[in-house]
Design a protein around this ligand. Structure first.
Ligand code: NAP
Length: 224
């Protein structure tokens, strides 16, 4: 049974992705900040209490995963708090960077030795992190931290190249989760299960020779 690790699995897209991998027959490690509820799925193991901004939690994650090989790792955890021009809280903006950009680096660095030869790494960033696609401005710290996460992914690709581990940066679409709740048209946004299915398909499409790319879950190639 292949082993997938999903980080940020408490709710939203991360929880849906755990279900998607589990129903596809993977053994899934769901890494949660608080905890996740995956009902009767026997092939899901929950590791809770992992705050990806804290080094102590990351040490605990390494210990709990121990020497288990990982075939696919998807980092989903992230925040998006939108600040107003003229009312910047720079400490809060640093929190964005710490979670959205350094979070996946902490996790992937900590689990690097567990990655199987020919394995796959996905990082859920956001189209908001695209420099080429920025047509509306605003959302400074979210955009900047996600752009940094995109850069992280390409850099990791080079790091893992000798072990044929593929790396992809993923945009889940505009998804009806707690993060977007209250936004106009929320009811018509993509549902988490649909987004998770697309993300899963993009991970499936990766091969050892796939270059690092930034893709929408529907398969569209996005500009950096
Ligand atoms: N929704 C969208 O339209 C959309 C669009 C583009 C990109 N994204 C990206 O997709 C990812 C998931 O978003 P979502 O919409 O599913 O958001 P969400 O419903 O708000 O879920 C966020 C997840 O991240 C976890 N998390 C938050 N802080 C964490 C920390 N310090 N350490 C570990 N886990 C932490 C949360 O755990 P708790 O439940 O315990 O807080 C939760 O599981 C994010 O990276 C987001 O930027 C979302």
């Amino acid at each position: 049974m292949p082993h997938a690790v999903i980080v940020g699995a408490d709710r939203g897209i991360g929880a849906a992705l755990v279900n998607r991998y589990a129903t596809a027959g993977y053994y899934v490690t769901a890494v949660c900040l608080a905890g996740g509820d995956f009902g009767t799925l026997a092939n899901v193991r929950v590791i809770s209490g992992i705050d990806v901004t804290r080094d102590t939690a990351i040490h605990s994650l390494t210990e709990q995963v121990a020497d288990t090989k990982i075939d696919e790792l998807v980092h989903v955890a992230g925040i998006g708090v939108f600040e107003k021009w003229g009312a910047f809280d720079f400490d809060a903006m640093l929190d964005h960077y710490n979670l959205n950009a350094l979070g996946p680096l902490r996790v992937i660095h900590a689990l690097a030795d567990n990655m199987a030869f020919g394995g796959k790494i996905g990082i859920v960033t956001s189209r908001m992190g695209s420099i080429g696609d920025n047509q509306s401005g605003r959302m400074y710290s979210y955009r900047m931290s996600k752009a940094a996460a995109n850069m992280l992914g390409v850099t990791l690709y080079h790091e893992f190249r000798p072990r044929s581990v593929a790396v992809i940066l993923l945009h889940p679409g505009t998804v009806a989760t707690d993060m977007t709740k209250g936004a106009k048209g929320w009811d018509s946004f993509t549902k988490p299960d649909e987004a998770a299915d697309g993300l899963f398909q993009q991970m499936q499409a990766l091969g050892p020779d796939t270059p690092p790319e930034f893709r929408h879950q529907d398969g569209t190639l996005l500009p950096w």
